[in-house]
Design a protein. Structure first.
Length: 143
């Protein structure tokens, strides 16, 4: 089975102002790479097992869908309100707020056999190695 990967990282809070705490080599491509959902994929018997790192996300923040042979994982996190008080100002903010998405081409599989669970910041997915044609989108519940 061939996997085709695509990444989308969107950080709405990136401050373009100079930050004297940031290293000189820091740029937008390095920043986006940090939120690309590192993923391990392995074949066990007749099933693929995917483990996707999503630290800091809640189960409710994650959506998984399957359509036209693509398994897509979307995660979003809203900014926690931060109160600026007199004589207290944020100097550097590195925590990610926004949304990120990643798609894997897995072919025409039986989407009803896709299983997902989320624990300790790791999204685990399992799906069969077999093929089945289906045209409509199917949402996968996270246990």
């Amino acid at each position: 089975m061939k996997f085709i990967l695509s990444n989308i990282a969107n950080n709405e809070l990136r401050d373009p102002l100079l930050d004297f705490f940031a290293p000189d080599f820091f740029d937008d491509s390095d920043y986006a790479k940090d939120f690309s959902m590192p993923t391990d994929i392995r074949l066990e018997n007749d099933s693929y097992i995917m483990e996707v790192e999503l630290p800091g996300f809640k189960k409710e923040d994650i959506n998984i869908s399957f359509k036209d042979g693509y398994l897509t994982i979307k995660a979003s996190r809203k900014e926690a309100p931060m109160e600026e008080k007199e004589n207290k100002h944020v100097v550097r903010r590195e925590r990610f707020y926004g949304s990120t998405s990643r798609s894997f081409y897995v072919g025409d599989i039986d989407e009803t056999a896709i299983k997902a669970s989320f624990k300790d910041g790791i999204l685990s997915l399992s799906f069969p190695n077999g093929r089945k044609e289906k045209e409509q989108e199917h949402l996968i519940a996270i246990e």
